[in-house]
Design a protein around this ligand. Structure first.
Ligand SMILES: *Cc1c(COP(=O)(O)O)cnc(C)c1O
Length: 361
């Protein structure tokens, strides 16, 4: 069996270092917001060419706190792609703001800048750019719109650690880059974890307070905050994994290139564009008979996933919020997309086996 993902295999190379980190953590006697969080924040800011990194509890909180920093009037509109993972939309709803869904470009699966402009109203305050599957959005066009309409830009980088456009890393284009370190992400912890990156000292200070009960001085609370601290132990594990992140991204890119070179033309492959360096958090193909393809691969002992089977506007939870809205491009992607094995622990031989099976479909 070639599993789609296997977290035990993924983390095997780091086991000895993890155990050492745990021993040091236990011995330190300091378990919340200690030196490991500080160290990881500095390292991760540097790795991204960001000035500040603030560790938080998970990716959803990173997105939620980024918007919360602005205290937008309730009902203000935030633009978000119609094919994103539900978390991006929940971050908007968590702040009593109104999500305005905009369709992606069917070629890149990322939000279509041409359609953003049409969705802007006098109530629009922010754009959430989601770098889906590990590909940076069309940031030049998005920044032009942001500046023209004076909007805040929050980047959802949960799938795009290290992805670049013209050498610039995701999370550095807008006011905030929000990251998830959920175990399956390109940089994954051994539990929940996330971070907010920014180049703005004032905004960094606000997030620092918000994640810790609105306080940066013990028992003095300046804002209505929350408890969303990055766990000290997860931070220690993340520092170990961060040293390998370039290696992880390069490996996934190498596997993706095998697919790109050898899969037959029946499958719609991810686009490769000049200036974009993708990190293939997910390597997806599209095919009209996606469900048949998935079943066929499973028969050949190859695991796959669907990201995602149901678009946000068709989720039961969104029935009221997005009532009567239709997003045919998102729907088309959700009906036809299939994610192939492409993890750090997969070998080139395994990917060649997947290619052979795929080409026999
Ligand atoms: C994983 C993910 C999130 C949420 O991250 P959590 O750490 O699970 O809260 C948000 N947005 C996108 C695009 C994701 O893939």
């Amino acid at each position: 069996m070639i599993a789609y993902e296997n977290l035990l295999e993924l983390n095997k190379p780091f086991t000895a270092r993890f155990k050492q980190q745990f021993d040091e953590f236990l011995a330190s006697g300091w378990y919340i917001l200690g030196n490991s969080v500080k160290k990881f924040e500095q390292e991760y800011a540097a790795w991204n060419n960001s000035t500040y990194c603030i560790g938080v509890a998970n990716g959803l909180d990173a997105l939620t706190l980024a918007l919360k920093a602005y205290n937008f009037e309730p009902g203000s509109e935030v633009i978000v792609p119609s094919n994103t993972y539900i978390a991006t939309i929940l971050a908007i709803l968590n702040n009593n703001l109104t999500p305005v869904l905009v369709e992606p470009d069917i070629r890149t699966y990322n939000i279509d800048p041409k359609l953003i402009e049409q969705a802007i109203t006098p109530r629009t305050r922010a754009i959430m750019a989601v770098h889906l599957y590990g590909k940076c959005c069309a940031m030049e066009a998005i920044l032009t719109i942001k500046n023209k309409h004076n909007l805040v830009l929050v980047e959802d980088c949960a799938q795009a650690h290290g992805a670049t456009l013209n050498g610039q890393k995701t999370g550095t284009f807008g006011e905030f880059g929000a990251f998830s370190f959920y175990p399956t992400k390109n940089l994954g912890a051994l539990g929940d974890a996330g971070a907010v990156n920014t180049n703005d000292e004032r905004l960094a200070g606000i997030i620092m307070q918000l994640r810790n009960y609105g306080s940066d001085k013990k028992y003095y609370n300046e804002r209505i905050g929350t408890n969303s601290r990055l766990d000290e132990l997860q931070a220690a594990f993340l520092s170990v994994k961060l040293e390998a992140l370039d290696d992880i991204n390069n490996h996934k890119r190498k596997l993706a290139n095998l697919y790109l070179q050898h899969l037959k033309s029946d499958f719609i492959l991810p686009v490769v564009e000049d200036g974009y360096e993708d990190v293939y958090h997910i390597f997806n193909v599209r095919h009209e008979r996606r469900d048949d393809l998935k079943a066929y691969l499973l028969e050949k002992c190859i695991g796959t996933e669907i990201h995602y089977p149901v678009p946000p506007h068709e989720q039961k939870a969104m029935q009221e919020v997005l009532k009567g809205q239709n997003f045919p491009i998102a729907k088309e992607i959700h009906q036809t997309t299939l994610s192939l094995p492409c993890s750090y622990w997969h070998t080139e031989e395994q990917i060649e086996q997947v290619v052979e099976a795929m080409n026999g479909f």
